[in-house]
Each structure stands twice: as C-alpha cells, then as structure tokens.
Design a protein around this ligand. Structure first.
Ligand code: 13P
Length: 283
C-alpha cells in the first residue's frame, strides 16, 4: 500500500526515536522499482521509500517513472512510500505532489544560505497542501548521484550545526540531509563520518537527519550515525552495483542475440537481495 505523508512521517519519527532508519532506495526503471517492492515485501515490518526522483526522471521520463513507482507502491501488500529525491525545481515538486508522492526533497544545497531557506520554505508551503513531508539539504556532498566516480572522501562544505538549527527553525522542514563526510557513490578510501559534528547537528535541531551516500559506508559508521539523529538513509550505488554484477554474470549464459528477460530478471533479483540486506541492517 502506498504510504501517505503523515503515515510515513510517523514511521520516520518512530525510527528517529529508536535509533533506526527508513531506507530510501533510488529507482530508475521497472526492474529496480519491482526489486525495491519485493525487498519491502520480504521484510514486511519495515516501511521503505522508493526514490523515483529528479535524476532518474532524465532516464525514464518523469510521468512514466512517477506512475510506475506509485502504482507499484499501491499494489504492494506492505507499506511503501514514494519520494522525490534531489529536486531543485518547484514545478517538478508540485507535479509529484499532485500525482500523490509521499514526500519530496527540495535540494537548495547549491544556493547561498538565505536562498536555500527561501526555496525550501516555498516547497514546505506547497507540500502542506498535499499532506506530504519535506526533506531539505544543507551542506554539499562530493560525488555523483548516478555514477560512482570514486570521489575523494573529503567533503568541502560540511553542515554547520548552528546553521542547521537556524535553517530548520526558519523553514519548518520535516527532515534535514546533512554533509558530515558522506559521499555519493563509492570512494577510493573508506568514508569516515564526522560523528561529533553529526551529534552536534542532531542536538541543535529537533528533526530527523538524512544521510545521503550510504553506499559503501562501513557498518560501524552506519550504526553510529543511527544513534546520532539519522533516521533516513539514501542508497543508490549499492543497488546499481548489485544489478550490474548480476547482469555481467548472466550475460555469458543468455542465448546470444535474443534472451534479454533472463538478464533483466537477474539484475532485478540481485537488487532485491541488496535492498533486503540494507533493510535488515537498519532494523
Ligand atoms: P549512494 O549512491 O552513495 O548510495 O547515494 C545515494 C543517494 O544519496 C541518493 O540521494
């Protein structure tokens, strides 16, 4: 069933209060949407979010991917939300809210502080009309959302705790994505989160924190983040890698020139397994 905004926010709050996190899994196409839902159904007690967002829209088209994710969530036997990841565009946000998204992320992290606040406030105003909740971002992550560039693990613009408190108070956002050493995609050297900074950010403001770039994060770091206010984690590269490795292994077995279904299925099953593992890690 498709989670409503208030239901998902309740799950987010519960996760926040019990040092757990909601997973937000990025989906690009039919197979990844199916895999995320299958993983949710294999772990029925844990709600998940399909992140059918801005960047995957460039691949699949906004309306087809939006519909696909919403229909799959509605048809599911378990609680699945649909979240707009990394949107910089208020029109896109309105379109997703109108379609029935559970939650949206307004990403003004590239803007000066005051402009980020103004943009985020407008997204919060729009989302309120639809009962959806809003995630915003303060600070900047290295790396790329769609390809793993083995980016350096050095974050140039970490989130400042005092600014985070001011930002949350002025925007009324429901969740805040932070830059504390986390990186989009895999990194050449293991990521080390600035856990003291994370604690300070969490103590300074009342909303759950979101950790983007969770792929490849060593498990102790992830667990430490969950005890410091992180209640949603975003995962993409880990699922892409599972998909590609399975496809690579399946290709030599497929009937040359004609068998594509076995390839897609192998990729989908591998993503299901990877997403299931992450759901269990967060429980
Ligand atoms: P990873 O690709 O590192 O998992 O990051 C995903 C993400 O943060 C999507 O918003």
């Amino acid at each position: 069933m498709l989670l409503t905004g208030p239901e998902a926010l309740k799950s987010l709050t519960r996760a926040y209060e019990s040092n757990r996190a909601l997973p937000g899994f990025v989906a690009y196409n039919l197979e990844t949407v199916q895999a995320i839902v299958a993983a949710a159904e294999a772990n029925p007690e844990h709600p998940v979010l399909i992140q059918a967002g801005s960047s995957p829209f460039k691949h699949a088209g906004r309306d087809p991917l939006m519909r696909l994710a919403l229909d799959a969530a509605k048809a599911s036997s378990v609680r699945v939300g649909v979240h707009l990841d990394h949107s910089r565009d208020l029109d896109e946000i309105t379109a997703c809210l109108e379609a029935g998204y559970t939650s949206v992320m307004i990403d003004g992290s590239h803007l000066p502080f005051r402009e980020n606040i103004a943009l985020t406030r407008e997204a919060v105003r729009r989302a309120a009309d639809y009962g959806a909740w809003v995630e915003a971002e303060l600070g900047a992550l290295p790396g790329d959302e769609d390809v793993s560039t083995n980016a350096s693990a050095t974050t140039t613009a970490m989130t400042e705790p005092a600014q985070a408190a001011e930002f949350v108070a002025e925007t009324d956002v429901d969740a805040l994505a932070v830059a504390v050493g986390n990186v989009h995609g895999f990194t050449a050297t293991p990521v080390r989160l600035d856990l003291d900074r994370l604690s300070e950010i969490s103590s300074a403001n009342p909303v759950p924190l979101v950790l983007h770039g969770a792929s490849g994060l060593p498990e102790p770091q992830l667990k430490a983040a969950l005890t410091r206010g992180v209640a949603k984690i975003n995962v993409n590269a880990e699922l892409r890698r599972a998909y590609l490795q399975a496809v690579q292994a399946e290709l030599p077995k497929a009937i040359p020139g004609s068998d594509v279904v076995s390839i897609w299925s192998a990729g989908r099953d591998a993503v299901t397994e990877a997403a299931s593992r992450i759901i269990r890690q967060l429980a």
